[in-house]
Design a protein around this ligand. Structure first.
Ligand code: AMP
Length: 395
């Protein structure tokens, strides 16, 4: 472990995907240097920072990595707990292993939310077919059966529309019950999905970016609009929940809570339910690169290295669009005003996040117009439509 953090500290990142790549791009202006570890030698962050190809249990290789860095963090929450603990014993590591372990398990995560006063959908841990039947008897349908661990982007999920689907759900996921565990969750008839992306410093300073509204397609984030047109009471509640969770975990760095906003009635207004936590920078915070005073990536680097945090205020309105599978036509997009392009340098593959664009504007009408133009130019009108509709409804 190096003795002190100097003017040009080196930050190690476990995981070399697009999040690591954007952490490098966000931290470099501060004078920070980076080292990356990933099992894949061609991980995309390796195009812009030194990358060590090593498996998570290759401790002999990780030894030199740990010696070279002043602090370490993650771009990937499923780094094995044993590796996280090993690293934490050798260098300042954030977020801590407990935060990582909690976020790796949907049951632990939802239990924590409830302890912090954030309600969740009804849920039950499921290990056997009999437990699935019992859980369905209690929770009812519709419901979603998910893997407890190692699920992402809607993978490892089965929608149960009626009790008759129990057999099909077990057929789809039962084989994974022993290895990663399962959870049954009541289906939430949400009005909107929102998230809170927040950062906590080593000294406890806590800040959150304005809440984005998120649209998913096939369980994968498609678009985020920020600041979302949500009422102030809801936004303040989201911040308070995020703060409570961060303090409970003694969390350091950026994290996100994915939330469902459920329409209330005359007595109870709109309510927030916690879905999941990401112990890292998050896709619904990519808009902060151009749309906020300080991006989630820069603030994560600052927090992990013990620097003061930056202002999380928004600059105008932003919409982030994810490019899934393959990149659309860059030059057609760049001709549209307010468009910022991010190509992660990955090869195309169905379902893979290969890039994103953020469209910025000073007001809702201009943003709607630019999005429509971009959607038309790229043949992505269906992707921009819900955001344009929300912006039009906002006026
Ligand atoms: P997750 O992997 O838990 O983030 O789920 C991916 C997406 O599936 C979410 O963003 C929602 O759009 C949807 N989803 C997940 N869980 C539920 C639920 N309990 N009720 C309704 N929709 C859900």
């Amino acid at each position: 472990m190096k003795a002190s953090v100097d003017a040009h500290p080196t930050l190690g990142i476990l995981g070399g995907g697009q999040l690591a790549r954007m952490l490098v791009l966000g931290g470099a202006p501060l004078g920070v240097r980076f080292r990356i570890v990933d099992p894949a030698a061609d991980a995309c962050a390796g195009q812009i920072a030194p990358l060590l190809a090593a498996n998570w249990d290759a401790f002999d290789k990780l030894e030199s990595f740990a010696r070279e860095v002043d602090a370490a963090t993650y771009d990937f929450e499923n780094v094995p707990a044993a590796t996280a603990e090993w690293l934490a014993a050798r260098t300042h590591t954030a977020p801590n292993a407990r935060s990582l372990a909690t976020a790796q398990d949907r049951v632990a995560e939802k239990t924590l939310f409830r302890e912090c006063g954030l309600p969740t959908a009804e849920f039950a841990a499921v290990a056997t077919r009999a437990e699935l039947d019992a859980a369905l008897g209690r929770i009812g349908a519709p419901a979603i059966l998910k893997t407890r661990r190692l699920g992402y982007d809607g993978k490892g999920q089965f929608r149960i529309r009626s009790l008759a689907d129990a057999g099909a759900a077990w057929q789809a996921l039962g084989a994974q019950a022993e290895r990663v565990g399962l959870i049954l969750e009541a289906f939430v008839p949400f009005d909107a999905e929102v998230s809170v992306v927040a950062v906590r410093a080593r000294d406890g300073d806590f800040r959150a970016w304005p809440v984005p509204r998120n649209w998913h397609v096939d369980g994968i984030l498609s678009a985020s609009l920020a600041p979302a047109p949500v009422d102030d009471v809801l936004a303040q509640a989201a911040f308070a929940h995020a703060r409570a969770v961060a303090e409970k975990l003694d969390y350091v760095g950026v994290f996100a809570l994915e939330l469902f906003a459920v329409k209330g009635n005359a007595i109870h207004g709109e309510q927030l339910l916690g879905n999941e936590m990401a112990p890292r920078v998050h896709n619904s915070g990519h808009w902060t690169i151009e749309g906020a005073v300080t991006s989630q990536f820069e603030n994560h680097v600052r927090a992990v290295l013990g620097m003061p945090l930056g202002d999380t205020s928004a600059r105008g309105l932003s919409c982030m669009l994810n490019w899934i599978g393959a990149m659309p036509d860059r030059d057609a997009a760049l001709a549209v005003p307010g468009v910022h392009w991010h190509d992660y340098g990955k090869s195309p593959r169905p379902g893979r996040k290969v890039g994103h664009a953020t469209v910025c504007a000073d007001d809702a009408a201009t943003l709607a117009q630019r999005l429509q133009r971009l959607g038309d130019a790229l043949g992505r009108t269906a992707q921009v439509r819900p955001v344009v509709d929300a912006l039009v409804a906002q006026r």
